[in-house]
Design a protein around this ligand. Structure first.
Ligand code: GLY
Length: 559
């Protein structure tokens, strides 16, 4: 436990003992799909806690939102246990297979081979999500894994009505799917029509094996054999040892503060928590309440730029490299970063020292959910198979769509990945290593309230969580946090992207005048998909919201 965590926990317990703490008046689940939210509530109503509900939601998302996440991918689960204040981060990130090599996606000239890290089983890391679900059930849940996975298995076995977004995304992705994946997602060569029942019997069978046998049900035995066999047949490099060797890692969350708000968030191998705390540290030097909208946008953009600059040189898998997390999240470091920040002028990214690029590309998926139970247990979890429908590969017989998370590694220093993110040696490919992520599940707390939040959005995840968190510190409710228009800067490319309704034409002109490269873009629209639960600790009121950019809906238990 780090020093802040050690300080916060006794304070919370003292506060509870003084009779000031309320328990939530109802439980809530916010996720990217109504059926997944319902799965969480169903398990809570059967006597499960937030950790059981997280298993239910996670597994259900893999069935009903197959383009975003699933058993073939990985995820991060940030937990807060009410009984003892424990805060822990379950790292179920994928790992590089044992036969992976630093230059495996480069041609003989040392140039990236187009699509090699994105399509087919060679693009897939060893999945972590099944292990994370087992770990949650064995260490934090109250129900069995099988009980918590039951709604997801039912959705896969009995089917659910295909919805418009799924149909559209499937139609676009089908040409790039493997034969095994087409048999799942376009049986008889047709994608399901909207409203048609969409069943995934092989995935249901794999989930039943996992639910019955636990870790070994996925990582050894018949399912593992089918996975390794299928991957190797199509040019992938997984081995049986890779699956046997996989394990989740429990890590200490990062903890920062902004005014009276305690921020509990994702440590490496996520880049998100470091950047989030760093941005809030930089922001602490300014009085945002006293500035106009143009200056506010300018300041926020400049702190985004500076935080993202550090992603490439410093961040990667903490089990493989030394990361100066304490320095990067220290207020003194932030003070140094804002020494170059001018209130009347944009700082060109290439005037800040850092990795410089030579390429581009991108368009992301992933899925976040937040759960709060009646006891005050909390889960903020973000999970992914990386780009839409991951690698597009299903190992025959398993129904499990594999990720293309290998693209989150650095192929080559200075070469941007699919999200145009730059990274280098710190994030190079090595056997068994976890690829750097942007997923940023976060819990915000003050004496009066709590917010659980996170989002998909590739490189934009971190600024989406940042802007929503900032809105909460300024009094916004869950719905406003989720729907607020967004803007984004990630150091490279040096451009301020913004949703069409984020800035007026006059504000855009003014920011252009400060030297920002303005990009009014529809690309941000529909990219993020915040899922937020809030709890007013004085009244006990619980609220939740799903981002209007997606199709998700929160669900609540009866009060
Ligand atoms: N694959 C997206 C992320 O982990 O950031």
């Amino acid at each position: 436990m780090n020093r802040l965590n050690a300080l916060l926990v006794p304070l919370l317990l003292l506060w509870a003992a003084a009779g000031l703490a309320q328990t939530p008046n109802r439980a809530a689940v916010a996720s990217a799909n109504p059926l997944a939210s319902e799965a969480g509530i169903e398990v809570l109503e059967e006597g499960g806690n937030a950790f059981d509900a997280a298993i239910a939601v996670s597994a259900a998302l893999g069935v009903v939102e197959p383009y975003g996440s699933g058993l073939g991918g990985g995820g991060f689960f940030l937990l807060h246990r009410a009984s003892d204040g424990l805060q822990v981060f379950i790292d179920g990130r994928e790992t590089a297979p044992g036969a992976a090599r630093e230059d495996m996606y480069l041609d003989e000239h040392g140039d990236p081979i187009p699509g090699a890290s994105r399509n087919g089983p060679l693009a897939a890391g060893i999945p972590g999500l099944p292990a994370a679900l087992v770990h949650l059930a064995e260490n934090y849940g109250r129900l069995t894994l099988a009980e918590s996975m039951e709604p997801a298995i039912r959705y896969a076995e009995e089917g659910f009505p295909a919805y418009e977004t799924l149909v559209q995304r499937l139609s676009r992705r089908v040409p790039g799917l493997s034969e095994g994946a087409r048999e799942v997602f376009a049986p008889g060569s047709d994608v399901p029509a909207a409203g048609e029942l969409f069943r995934q019997p092989e995935l249901a069978a794999t989930m039943r094996t996992l639910a019955r046998e636990g870790h070994d049900g996925f990582y050894r035995g018949a399912v593992a054999d089918m996975l390794v066999d299928g991957v190797q047949r199509e040019g992938g490099i997984w081995s049986a040892e890779d699956l046997l060797n996989y394990s989740v890692v429990e890590r200490e969350p990062l903890i920062g503060t902004y005014h009276d708000v305690a921020i509990t968030t994702a440590p490496p191998p996520s880049a998100g928590g470091v950047a989030l705390i760093n941005m809030f540290n930089m922001l602490s030097g300014y009085d945002l309440a006293g500035v106009d909208r143009v200056t506010r946008t300018h300041l926020l953009t400049e702190v985004m730029r500076r935080a993202y600059r550090d992603r490439g040189p410093y961040l990667g898998d903490p089990d493989f490299i030394a990361i100066p997390v304490d320095r990067l999240t220290h207020p003194y470091y932030a003070a140094g970063q804002i020494a170059s920040l001018r209130i009347d002028r944009a700082t060109p990214s290439d005037s800040l020292p850092g990795i410089q690029p030579d390429g581009a590309g991108g368009g992301p998926q992933t899925s976040h959910f937040s759960v709060l139970d009646r006891e005050g247990n909390m889960v903020a979890a973000t999970q992914t198979i990386n780009f839409g429908f991951g690698s597009g590969f299903v190992a025959p017989g398993t129904g499990v769509l594999l990720n293309n998370e290998m693209d989150d590694f650095s192929m080559k220093p200075g070469q941007p990945n699919g999200y145009q993110l730059l990274s280098a040696e710190a994030n190079s490919i090595q056997p068994g290593k976890r690829m750097l992520s942007s997923m940023t599940p976060t819990i915000l707390r003050t004496d009066d309230g709590v917010a659980l939040l996170g989002s998909p959005g590739g490189s934009q995840i971190i600024t989406i969580v940042f802007l929503a968190s900032l809105a909460w510190t300024e009094g916004a409710d869950a719905a406003t946090m989720a729907s607020n228009p967004r803007f984004h800067h990630q150091y490279f490319p040096d451009r301020l992207m913004f949703e069409p309704d984020a800035l007026s034409e006059e504000e855009e002109e003014a920011l252009l005048g400060l030297g920002h490269n303005m990009a009014r873009t529809r690309q941000l629209r529909g990219n993020g998909n915040l899922q937020i639960v809030t709890w007013d600790r004085r009244s006990g009121e619980v609220d939740a919201a799903s981002d209007p950019r997606g199709v998700g809906e929160p669900r609540f238990s009866a009060p």
